[in-house]
Design a protein around this ligand. Structure first.
Ligand code: GRF
Length: 220
């Protein structure tokens, strides 16, 4: 059972939901300081909604196609979030761009996980682009959301080595493993009140690097 005073978090998804699963699994531990109160999907019929159901968490669809324009979609999203009582909103594979208005309403209460070491490789196909660029380290980033895509104060990053024979899928799987450790760690820090933003940089009070999340380059 989650802690009674665990802080309420909503997760926005659009697809398979493995990062959501990592959060659900973490939140199932009695000592985890956050609980997932609602999962909102921009599309019906996605695996993430099945994961929410299996964990006993309410899943809601706010289908972007059901609204005349983006502001109307975002108003519905906002209403569903307010109704849930969430104090933090996590974008975990949420595939809609959000406008300044929505992002402003949730400023410093809205985080995103992105599969690259930002500011490198914003946008899509990050693993193929990392391989094309020949980088030796790749990884993932959790950041507070600002209006520009994949921009905003960085909370934490996890690096993984890039192997000489990696394909985009192999590299994606390695990064995903890091994502699944990093995101629950960041939500824990938030729930423990450790995160603050000063002049667009994040301070994490008293937190050591999550064990096993950070790697140095493989040498020799
Ligand atoms: C992850 O790679 C995440 O970093 C990106 O979208 C993907 C979502 O995967 N934003 P999943 O739905 O959590 O499995």
């Amino acid at each position: 059972m989650p802690q009674v005073d665990a802080r309420p978090v909503a997760v926005l998804v659009s697809g398979r939901g493995t990062n959501l699963q990592a959060l659900l699994d973490a939140a199932a531990a009695p000592t985890y300081p956050a609980r997932i109160v609602r999962v909102i999907s921009s599309r019906p019929g996605v695996a993430a909604l099945d994961r929410a159901r299996a964990a006993g968490v309410e899943g809601v669809v706010v289908h972007h196609r059901a609204f005349a324009d983006r502001p109307a979609f975002e108003d519905a999203l906002h209403a569903a979030l307010v109704e849930s009582g969430a104090e933090l909103v996590v974008l975990a594979g949420f595939m809609r761009l959000l406008t300044d208005g929505f992002v402003g309403r949730w400023r410093d209460r809205l985080i995103n996980i992105h599969p690259s070491l930002l500011p490198a490789f914003k946008g899509l196909d990050t693993h193929a682009r990392a391989l094309d660029a020949g980088v030796r380290l790749h990884g993932c980033t959790v950041h507070f959301v600002r209006p520009a895509m994949d921009a905003g104060p960085i909370i934490a990053q996890a690096a993984v080595p890039v192997g000489p024979d990696d394909t985009p899928d192999v590299l994606a799987a390695r990064v995903l493993g890091a994502e699944h450790r990093l995101l629950p760690a960041v939500v824990r820090w938030w729930a423990e009140g450790r995160l603050s933003v000063h002049a667009e940089r994040v301070r994490v009070a008293g937190a050591a690097a999550p064990d096993g999340v950070l790697w140095g380059p493989v040498v020799g």
